[in-house]
Design a binder for this molecule. Structure first.
Ligand SMILES: Nc1ncnc2c1ncn2[C@@H]1O[C@H](COP(=O)(O)OP(=O)(O)OP(=O)(O)O)[C@@H](O)[C@H]1O
Ligand SMILES: [Mg+2]
Length: 270
């Protein structure tokens, strides 16, 4: 079959395309938690987890699912300056565009939010919030204090710093949802379902339990790492398929190829 590994490779290009969302045990739990928290009278909710644990795709999923019932906005990467961030907020809060060369008057924006209380309930999903500086975080807090706008703050959890322990996050976040790396089962489901969604049945079937365990061992259940590893595995398969098809076992992805891919990605060293 021509190009089958090429198609499989493309399945694992990192993206947050909502069409590719898969219901996994952990993502269903996190989704429910987040939806439940959002229905409570909270001002801020914190969604955190290490890079590649699925925060962005979860926010996108929740926005897509709830946009017909709630007024909900997704802000992807933070605006580079406070001025631009306020413009963006102005637009969603007032439903108007600010004329060019005009700056947002923050206290007017706050008054506007106060006037919206009990009229509109706005939810803003702020992705990559570790990139907002403390000035912007303070403005976010003041806006949430008006009770017309609720923020879901999504943050990277990194090895060296515990962001939640820091300044503005301490007492102000009222509910915390943490995303973790996938369990073995979830990761296996993820890999299989991603392939099945693109009708790559044979390829999905060629990754057996033992090899799946090996993939888990190298990626630790991190979805982004898993994408990288799967991409590289299929890249190697594609090479063999094109150049040395007699060396490839189409019914079972061999351990050797997984190890070659892991070597290439630096998960193992010679
Ligand atoms: N439930 C899921 N369904 C489909 N794909 C998923 C799911 N969870 C995670 N992924 C995939 O894993 C990859 C990483 O997810 P995502 O970008 O959402 O992570 P993140 O936590 O936002 O990372 P970062 O902190 O670096 O922004 C993406 O390619 C995403 O599509
Ligand atoms: Mg993200």
């Amino acid at each position: 079959m021509k190009n089958r590994y090429e198609a499989a490779k493309h399945v694992f290009v990192d993206s947050i395309d909502i069409e590719d969302y898969i219901e996994l045990n952990s993502s269903v739990t996190a989704y429910k938690q987040l939806e439940h928290s959002m229905s409570k009278p909270l001002k801020m909710i914190l969604l955190f987890g290490r890079p590649g644990t699925g925060k962005s795709i979860l926010l996108n999923r929740i926005q897509t699912k709830l946009k017909h019932q709630k007024e909900i906005y997704y802000f992807d990467t933070p605006a580079p300056t406070e001025k631009e961030f306020l413009r963006k907020l102005f637009k969603v809060l007032t439903k108007k565009d600010l004329p060019i060369n005009t700056e947002v008057n923050f206290s007017i924006l706050i008054d506007h939010c106060k006037s919206l209380r009990d009229k509109r309930e706005i939810i803003i999903l702020l992705d990559e919030a570790q990139m907002y500086d403390s000035n912007m975080m303070e403005k976010i807090r003041l806006l949430s204090d008006t009770r017309s706008v609720k923020f879901v703050i999504s943050l990277h959890k990194t090895e060296d710093e515990d962001l939640i322990a820091k300044e503005h996050f301490q007492s102000r976040i009222w509910e915390v949802i943490e995303l973790k790396n996938a369990s073995k089962e979830d990761q296996a489901t993820y890999v299989h379902k991603k392939l099945l969604k693109k009708n790559l049945f044979e390829i999905a079937d060629s990754i057996k339990t033992r090899e799946m365990k090996l993939i888990y061992k190298f990626t630790n259940g991190n979805y982004r790492e898993c994408n990288k590893l799967m991409f590289t595995i299929f890249e190697i398969c594609e090479y063999y398929d094109k150049n040395e098809p007699n060396k490839i076992n189409y019914s079972q992805i061999p351990k050797k190829i997984i190890e070659m891919a892991s070597l290439k990605l630096g998960y193992i060293h010679v």
